[in-house]
Write a protein that binds this ligand. Sequence first.
Ligand SMILES: Cc1ncc(COP(=O)(O)O)c(C=O)c1O
Length: 378
Amino acid sequence: MHVKGANRKTVLEELKRFNRQDQKYDEGKILCSMCTKPHPIAKKAYLMFLNSNLGDPGLFPGSLQLEREVINELASLLHGENCVGSLVSGGTEANMLALLAARNMANVKDPEVVLPKSAHFSFTKICGMLKLKPVYVDLDDSFRVDLSKVEACIRGNTVAIVGTAGTSELGVVDPIEGLSDLALKRDVYFHVDAAFGGLVLPFLPNGGKFDFQLPAVKSMTVDPHKMGMAAIPTGGAIFRDTQTIDHLKTETPYLTNRFQYTFVGTRPGASAASAWAVFRLLGVEGFKKIVDKCMKTTRLLTNELKAARCCLVTEPTLNIAAFRSPKGTKHLAQSLWQRGWFVSYVPRYDCIRVVVMPHVQNQHALAFLADLRDIEKI
Ligand SMILES: Cc1ncc(COP(=O)(O)O)c(C=O)c1O
């Protein structure tokens, strides 16, 4: 830290210099992120609640009410009744809370968790932290977890099985219904990671059953800071009932609430306000329009990719396109980066992944395709 402080104008100018180095969603070049520009109302709401700390909710009852309403709205979108939960730092923390509850509930020696090979990498961190042994299960030809192999991996010390409703790399939905049946049959905790898909699938015409309407689903992750267009950080950890979150209870020695149920102590009420404002402003109809637009742009992109002789890894279920080039996918990814396109290259599938978030307009997709054709000389 400098010994002498600077004046306000200098501070702001220096900040602008840093800010200029950051990519801007509006330019439409960020094609690798599951976050997007927060909705303008999210920004206003966030600033309004900047002082609020959900970790000490006796001081901020209005913010607590906003958090409860956001959790209830997420739960009702996911067909949950009387669900409980918290807004947390993101999908990683929500997944961690679910597995912590499952581990504490089972209370067995050498606990294991059964996961698809496509599960988000947060589970690697979580298993390390919670001393859970991850048992990874192969995928089938459609990149969904192989149900019969999941069953074979469930043992007496399995504390949970996990399914993903919208994998991070391909946007694929695991056979959640089959996993729910299996979890019921084997009496094991079932967590659904819908960090991304949880705010897409409910707005698709054929989103399918992937949520609390399936009886074994005990908890779900769904992140408003992804397709919910809320400000970062806004993750959602939703639990079917209070008995489950009781396993997360920690007594607080000096705060206005007696117990906390999250890992993070101090939590931004501003996040709750930002998600609440977007939900209130858009409603289901508004979300449907945004998701529909993202899906149309995804289809435009995939049709044109096929026309440019690229091959899709799988037909998109969500607004994620994954493809390969016959001339070398990694090389194409590098060339796209050199032209300023932020795409992901996924070694596991040797594919390029494009996430068509709300900031990606048709004109951006078309400019991207023009550069791709130029690189590929098609
Ligand atoms: C399916 C899934 N789960 C969990 C996460 C982790 O979320 P976060 O980065 O908000 O912690 C992501 C992030 O993209 C995700 O796609």
